[in-house]
Design a protein around this ligand. Structure first.
Ligand code: AP5
Length: 221
C-alpha cells in the first residue's frame, strides 16, 4: 500500500493537512511528534529521555524515534496507505525508514513538501494553543476560539501553549529544520522519488485540495 511523507518546516501545516488527508482517504498517520508527546505523558523511559531535546527544539536521538516508528508501523493494518508526518527528519532516518518499509512490503511513493516563509511559520507556532482536555488546536491569530482561552469543542477553560512554541525555541526549531531536515529534499530528488512542492502559505482548504491531488495523483471525489 501507498506511503507518503509530509515534509516541511515546523508550523507549515503538516499536522493540519495530515488529519484532513487521513480523513479523506481513510489512511493511517504516523506522527513522530505525537508519538513522542504520548510517551512523555505516559512517563515511559523513552518519553523522559526525549523531554529535554523536545523542549529545547532539538531533534530527539535517531534510535529513540526509529524504535517508536517501527513499533507503530508494525501495528498498521497493511490494507490502507500511510502518511508519515515529522519523520524522517534527517538522512539517517530516511535510510531507516526505507529499510523498515521494505520489511512491510511498502516504499515511499511520494514526498509532499509544504513550504511557507519563516515569518508566517513563526506567527503560526507562537500563536498555537491547544486544549489539554480534548486536543483541539487553535491559533490566536488565525483560528481563535469563540471565547478567549476556552475550548469550543469541549468547553475546557484554559488552553495551553506547547513548551517548544515559545519564540526563542521556535527560531531554533527553524534553524534545526534548515540544517538537518531540509537536505532531505535533495536526498529524495536524487533518489528519484516524486517530490511535490506545495505552497503552504494559503488558506487551509486551498492547500488541502493540492495535498490530496499530490497524495494520490488525482482529486478525491
Ligand atoms: P513535531 O510535533 O513534529 O513539530 P514540528 O515538525 O515542529 O511541527 P508542528 O507540529 O509544530 O507544525 P505542523 O507543520 O504540524 O503545523 P500545524 O498543522 O500544527 O515535533 C516536535 C519535536 O519532537 C521536535 O522539535 C523534536 O524535538 C521531536 N521530533 C519529532 N519528530 C522527530 C524525529 N523524526 N526525529 C527527531 N526528533 C523528532 O500548524 C501550526 C499552527 O498553524 C496551528 O496553530 C494551526 O492551526 C495553524 N495553521 C496550519 N495551517 C494553517 C493555514 N493554512 N493558515 C493559517 N494557520 C494555519
Amino acid at each position: 500500500m501507498a506511503a507518503v511523507i509530509l515534509l516541511g518546516p515546523p508550523g507549515v501545516g503538516k499536522g493540519t493537512q495530515g488529519v484532513l488527508l487521513a480523513d479523506a482517504l481513510g489512511w493511517e498517520r504516523i506522527v513522530t511528534g505525537d508519538l513522542l508527546r504520548a510517551a512523555r505523558r505516559a512517563g515511559t523511559e523513552l518519553g523522559e529521555k526525549a523531554r529535554a531535546y523536545m523542549d529545547a527544539g532539538e531533534l530527539v536521538p535517531d534510535e529513540l524515534v526509529v524504535a517508536l516508528v517501527e513499533e507503530r508501523l508494525a501495528k498498521t493494518s497493511g490494507e490502507t496507505g500511510v502518511i508519515f508526518d515529522g519523520f524522517p527528519r534527517n538522512v539517517a532516518q530516511a535510510g531507516e525508514l526505507e529499510a523498515a518499509l521494505d520489511r512491510h512490503d511498502r516504499r515511499v511513493d511520494r514526498v509532499l513538501l509544504l513550504e511557507a516563509p519563516d515569518n508566517v511559520l513563526e506567527k503560526r507556532l507562537t500563536g498555537r494553543r491547544s486544549c489539554p482536555e480534548c486536543g483541539a488546536v487553535y491559533n490566536v491569530y488565525f483560528n481563535p476560539p469563540e471565547r478567549e482561552d476556552v475550548c469550543d469543542r469541549c468547553g475546557r477553560d484554559g488552553l495551553v501553549q506547547r513548551e517548544d512554541d515559545r519564540p526563542e525555541t521556535v527560531r531554533h526549531r527553524l534553524q534545526v529544520y534548515r540544517g538537518e531536515t531540509e537536505p532531505l529534499v535533495r536526498y529524495y530528488e536524487e533518489a528519484e522519488a516524486e517530490v511535490i512542492r506545495i505552497d503552504g502559505d494559503r488558506a487551509v482548504d486551498e492547500i488541502q485540495e493540492d495535498v490530496q491531488v499530490a497524495a494520490v495523483g488525482e482529486p478525491i471525489s
